[in-house]
Each structure stands twice: as C-alpha cells, then as structure tokens.
Ligand binder design. Structure first.
Ligand code: SAH
Length: 344
C-alpha cells in the first residue's frame, strides 16, 4: 500500500488519530511540491506516529522526468513511475484549474487517431500512482486557481483499469483534502461497454463517452473495438442510465477530423443518436502528432458543426486546444516534447 492510496480511515488508524490524518492529508495536498520520498517529519504529526506511516506506506516510486510549460499556462509533467513514463497535465484557467491524469502507462486500446495508442500498453497504474499524479500537478496550480476538476483523459483507457480508477476517485472525494466534488470528476472512455456499465452503476463522477463518429463503419476505422461494442450499444447504456439517474448528464466527446466526420450528415446523425439524452457534446478539433494522417477542420468548419448541432437542439462546447505547443493536448500524450523542454 502506498501513502497516496491510503484512505482517510487507514491513515487515521496508522497515525492513531483523525487530527493527525488531517494533518497528513493537508501536507500531501496543500504542503507544496511533492518530494520523491516521505520526509522524516511533517507538521502536526508526532514523529513516532509518522515513522509508522513511512514504513508501512511509502510514496509510490516516482521521479519527475520532464516538465514543460506551454505559452497558455498549461503544464505537462512526464513522471517516471518505477520505470514507466506517464504524462499528467495541469490546465489552469480563471479561478480554477483542471488536472488531467493517466490511468495506464501507454494504452490497451488501438485508436488510430491517438498518439498514446502508438505506445501500446506498458502497464496499468495503481490508485496510489494516479493520486500521485494529481498531487504533483495540484501542488503547482497558480495561486487563485486551485484545482477543482479532475479528468481521466490522459494516457490509457480507464475502463480497462477500473478498480484503481474507482479507488482513486474515492480518495479524491474524501474531505477535508483533497475533498473534490463528484460533479467535478470526469472519466472518459473510448467505449469499453462492460466497464462503462459498471462505472455508471458504481462510479462517482461523470462519464464522458468518446463517440467520435456517427456510423459504425466510420467508427470501426478509428476505434477497432467498436466491432465488439457498436454505437447503438454504447448509446443504449447511456439511455438506460438516464432512466435510473434522471439528474445525471451524459457527456459525449467528439473529435473533429477534416473530411472524415464533420459533414452536415454527421451533424444530423449525431443529433438523432442523442435524441432525448440531454447530452453535452464536447467538440475537439484533432490535435495532430507525427504519423497521423488526419487533419483538423478549419476553425470555421468547427463553428459550423457546432451551429448545426445547436439548430438540432444539441448543446455543445468546443475544446479549443490547450498546450498544443508542448504536445500536451488531448491525444498527444506519447512521451514527446517541444524542443524547449526542461529535462530534470
Ligand atoms: N481512453 C479514454 C481517455 C483518454 S483520451 C478515451 O478514449 O476517452 C481523452 C480524449 O482525447 C478522448 O475523448 C479522445 O477521443 C480524445 N483524443 C484522442 N486523440 C485525439 C487527438 N489526436 N486529437 C484530439 N482529441 C483526441
């Protein structure tokens, strides 16, 4: 068991009091930069009690391999976790920041448009390693923009590593620290149906489905496992969930590619698929990476797609890329960097 994965109750029992457990959590999530190993002392915890934690639950083995800051304030961290490199992104915005975490080193899926897929699966991450990513990035959130949102949209397919993902979410929601709200946690899936159904049943937080296409023929070319779990089954699961949790909103991720899925017919098919779902569509123009033959549509074509959806009564936002200059945008996480990177 690692320190970051300990539940509040486990921490309290190791430390002998809930007050000390709070102090330890405060140190982890409000104490500044995360060291590579637990220090000999932390504020508010008696030395002997802390010593027990240091022995029973050390930090996950980690090292900052690279840190890059983009012109727009986005920061990408490459963390070496016991030999496997994963990437984590801090995305500051006005008054709040978002941390994008990885659920696997590499990815178990083979989406043709995603840079991470080129790595294959290196290994799954445990809950402590997911939480460590959060802590490292959150420690650097600008003053006045604390981290409020966590998205599981880094490397990896969360539904292929669901137990650690659910455990990490439980920890993220524990008060007083980090104490995030479930409404501010989003797990994104490429459509791995069994995991998706389980997340909808048991998971806390929002689910985002990376739909990315409006016909199975089209989606299969982009996301090979669409052959196993086609569009109708995925949307069907969202509809079933809506019947059980009427208040829960569905999020649909839709990456736009020039000449592939950005036509007026796509607008009409997407609107028909989402009929009655009260879904929000997050449109992301493709972020390019070497060896991807795909191109994003022009900004005007993206806006036209959005206007088309609106005319059909479908709500959407456009995720204009953040951190593209350091290859930190969606789908670009594959251990690449800009020339101005800082090796540490
Ligand atoms: N495996 C999960 C989570 C990681 S990807 C999933 O697929 O949902 C996070 C988001 O980035 C997904 O919505 C995915 O469709 C999107 N994405 C992948 N490659 C992209 C690219 N090259 N440009 C823009 N978005 C991309």
């Amino acid at each position: 068991m690692s320190f970051t994965a300990l539940s509040f109750d486990q921490l309290a029992s190791l430390l002998g009091s809930r007050t000390r457990a709070s102090a330890a959590r405060r140190w982890l999530y409000r104490g500044g930069a995360i060291p590579s190993e637990l220090p000999a002392r932390i504020p508010g915890v008696a030395k002997v009690a802390w010593e027990a934690v240091r022995i029973a639950a050390p930090l996950p083995a980690w090292r900052l391999a690279r840190r890059e800051a983009a012109a727009d304030g986005t920061v990408k961290y490459a963390l070496d976790l016991a030999g496997a490199t994963v990437e984590t992104v801090l995305i500051p915005s006005k008054g709040r920041s978002t941390v994008c975490v990885s659920s696997q080193a590499g990815c178990s899926r083979a989406c043709t448009f995603c840079a991470t897929a080129t790595l294959g699966l290196l290994r799954p991450l445990d809950a402590g390693e997911i939480l460590l990513q959060y802590a490292v990035a959150a420690a650097e959130a600008p003053a006045g923009s604390p981290v409020r949102n966590v998205v599981f949209m880094g490397m990896g397919e969360p539904m292929d590593n669901l137990d650690p993902v659910l455990e990490a979410i439980d920890r993220l929601l524990e008060a007083p620290w980090p104490g995030l709200s479930a409404a501010h946690v989003t797990v994104s899936t490429s459509g791995v149906l069994p995991g998706m159904k389980r997340f909808l049943r048991e998971g806390r937080g929002h689910l985002a489905l990376s739909l990315n296409a409006t016909t199975d023929a089209q989606r299969q070319q982009l996301i090979p496992h669409n052959r196993t779990w086609p569009i109708a089954a995925l949307i069907g699961a969202l509809r079933e969930d809506r019947a059980i949790h009427p208040g829960r909103r569905s999020f649909i991720e839709y990456v736009l590619w020039d000449g592939v899925n950005d036509s007026d017919d796509d607008v009409a098919r997407l609107a028909a698929l989402l009929e009655g779902l009260d879904a929000q569509v997050n449109l992301t123009p493709h972020n390019a990476f070497p060896a991807s033959g795909l191109r994003p549509p022009s900004d005007e074509a993206v806006r036209r797609f959005q206007r088309g959806l609106r005319a059909c009564g479908v709500n959407s936002i456009v995720r204009w890329p953040r951190g593209r200059d350091i290859a930190a945008a969606c789908g670009q996480l594959a251990g690449r960097s800009a020339t101005a990177s800082v090796e540490v």
